[in-house]
Ligand binder design. Structure first.
Ligand SMILES: *[C@@H]1O[C@H](CO)[C@@H](O)[C@H](O)[C@H]1NC(C)=O
Ligand SMILES: *[C@@H]1O[C@H](CO)[C@@H](O)[C@H](O)[C@H]1NC(C)=O
Ligand SMILES: *[C@@H]1O[C@H](CO)[C@@H](O)[C@H](O)[C@H]1NC(C)=O
Ligand SMILES: *[C@@H]1O[C@H](CO)[C@@H](O)[C@H](O)[C@H]1NC(C)=O
Length: 519
């Protein structure tokens, strides 16, 4: 030290070199992690080094349960999309401390506050996408007025809502629709669910405008509910840190299903998750609830029952004035090809689910693969000009097993058709009905894009070529005559919190000037 003091020039050089080496190391680590440095980040460089990277979590659901049979009273349930998956090329993970394993949540009521630590679980069972879905729950206080997420350097208040407490037998959660033109499928599904005792809760990103208007009318008539499904976004965060544009699986379908499960956790006896082109028709009992109960009866605590999908072709009138549900049902033809199915759950016995089933079976619970019935999956739907079919007697579509069993009897078809005719006689619906599209354009683009860019590799078994099926996997060239109604919301920029920054959207609504885009 003394010799240095006598030589200030050497001290300066030494300090300079030391600083340079530190800077170089930090830069190398950050660069290889794909992090970019801003002035704000420099202050927190120590935190970045300690934690490896910045975690960004978008809150898709946040429900506060004053009472809950399965989560406990005053519980909060959170679903988030977070950039937890490491870039597979750079595995620096061992040199840096691991990611936090819990969230720190503060709940306050008018008189008291509590801080709880809640472990989170991964909902997405694979690591193909950088941003995955997680679930966490914790018990807070009675009459909670505000909820905040805590970090080392501050906190962020987050919005929350109450789940539904309106009793329902069965809720069908329909996966997010985008650029959807399939109004015929919607009519088939919504009338069948109504007939056999289920409420349809549909997640919507975008659809052609008259189809959107049709759904809103059915919502007003109490047949179903539409829930806007906003995109995940982290305003101000570089894509190198978190890329919600490309790195979220199927427009966050797992999060939408878990949202639906949580929303109806206290109110529905059964919840099921279906795509719009799936229809489940009860076979072993006259209603859904009775069928599910009958299948679960006598079995140990069921987390879920799993129905297979059988592919069918359908032919529908392209012109709404010629469309009938009776003809559509009569056209169903079994292709004898099976696809991965979907689940039905007792919502008290499951807290979260991925797209097809939950990533793990909860402790002490069972699952059952249903052999008594299948989901009718409308794999291909041909829109036709067929003019001379009306008045033809119904051919009852056959069950897939080559027996003489039918998937639905003509008695039910007649009553569904009657109900449908009653609805389209309503003046407002009649007006919308005349505007429904008689061509499909985006449907074809979606099918083509997914086959080329995703499913092809599945079928070829070239799993190493599979990219994340992100929200913007497909690009859509707009059609001059086809307009969409699309969800929009305000995504709030947030101060960086360590170890996790939390984001959310507010003011969610639908507008018709965005265009037809995937999310
Ligand atoms: C707030 O929470 C405390 C602690 O659980 C509870 O005793 C109190 O009654 C609550 N206050 C209100 C206004 O509900
Ligand atoms: C759901 O979460 C609650 C609260 O953590 C827990 O007690 C319960 O066992 C969980 N249910 C299942 C099926 O895992
Ligand atoms: C009408 O019906 C006849 C006889 O069933 C059939 O041959 C024909 O293909 C149908 N379609 C049209 C558009 O004529
Ligand atoms: C039913 O018959 C079709 C061909 O006619 C066959 O491909 C299919 O495997 C059969 N399905 C069953 C369940 O026997």
């Amino acid at each position: 030290m003394r010799s240095f003091c006598r030589r200030p020039k050497e001290v300066f050089v030494f300090v300079f070199i030391l600083l340079f080496v530190v800077w170089l190391l930090v830069t190398i680590i950050e660069f290889s992690l794909g992090l970019t440095v801003t002035t704000e980040d420099l202050i927190a460089t120590g935190e970045i080094l300690r934690n490896g990277r910045q975690l960004k979590a978008f809150i898709t659901s946040s429900y506060y349960y004053p009472t809950s049979k399965s989560l406990g009273d005053n519980a909060i349930a959170l679903v988030m999309s977070i950039n937890l998956v490491w870039n597979p090329v750079i595995k620096l993970a061992p040199f840096l401390s691991s990611d936090p394993s819990e969230l720190v949540i503060m709940g306050s009521n008018a008189t008291a506050s509590v801080i709880v630590r809640a472990p989170y679980v991964r909902v997405t069972p694979h690591e193909v996408c950088q941003i995955i879905t997680i679930f966490a729950t914790a018990q807070l206080l009675p009459n909670v007025k505000s909820i905040s997420m805590l970090g080392y350097n501050g906190l962020a208040e987050i919005p929350f809502t109450m789940p539904s407490y309106t009793k329902r037998e069965v809720v069908v959660c329909t996966s997010p629709l985008y650029v959807s033109e399939q109004w015929q499928n919607f009519l088939l599904a919504v009338h069948i669910y109504r007939k056999f005792g289920a409420h349809m809760h549909l997640y919507l990103i975008s659809s052609v405008t008259p189809f959107y208007e049709l759904m809103k009318e059915y919502e007003k008539e109490g047949y179903m509910t539409v829930q806007p499904w906003v995109k995940v976004d982290f305003p101000g965060v570089p894509k190198t840190i978190a890329d919600p544009y490309n790195q979220i699986e199927f427009r966050n379908q797992a999060a939408s299903q878990t949202d639906c499960l949580l929303q109806f956790k206290e109110s529905a006896r059964f919840v099921t998750f279906l795509d719009l082109d799936d229809v489940l028709i009860p076979k072993v009992a006259p209603t859904y609830a009775e069928e599910f109960q009958k299948i679960m009866d006598g079995k140990k605590k069921m987390a879920y029952i799993f129905y297979h999908k059988e592919n069918y072709d359908a032919v529908v009138a392209r012109d709404s004035s010629r469309f009938s549900l009776k003809k559509m049902i009569g056209s169903l033809e079994c292709k004898h090809k099976r696809e991965t199915g979907k689940i039905v759950v007792d919502p008290r016995n499951l807290n979260y689910t991925w797209i097809h089933y939950p990533p793990i079976l909860p402790n002490g619970f069972q699952k059952y693969e249903v052999t008594e019935n299948v989901i009718t999956h409308l794999k291909t739907i041909v829109w036709t000009d067929e003019k001379n079919e009306s008045g033809r007697a119904l051919t009852e579509p056959l069950y897939f097993d080559n027996s003489t069993a039918k998937i639905i009897s003509s008695k039910y078809v007649a009553s569904i058709e009657k109900e449908f005719q009653r609805m389209i006689r309503k003046p407002r619906i009649r007006k919308i009905f005349a505007k429904l599209p008689n061509i499909h354009y985006f449907t074809d683009l979606v099918v083509k894009c997914y086959n080329n860019r995703y499913y092809r590799y599945h079928y070829l078994g070239r799993l190493e070529n599979i990219e994340c099926p992100g929200p913007q996997l497909c690009e859509f060239v707009q059609h001059p005559k086809i307009k969409c109604t699309h969800v929009t919301a305000t995504h709030i920029p947030m101060e960086t919190l360590y170890p996790i920054t939390y984001y959310y959207a507010t003011g969610t609504h639908f507008i018709n000037d965005i265009g037809c885009y995937a999310h």
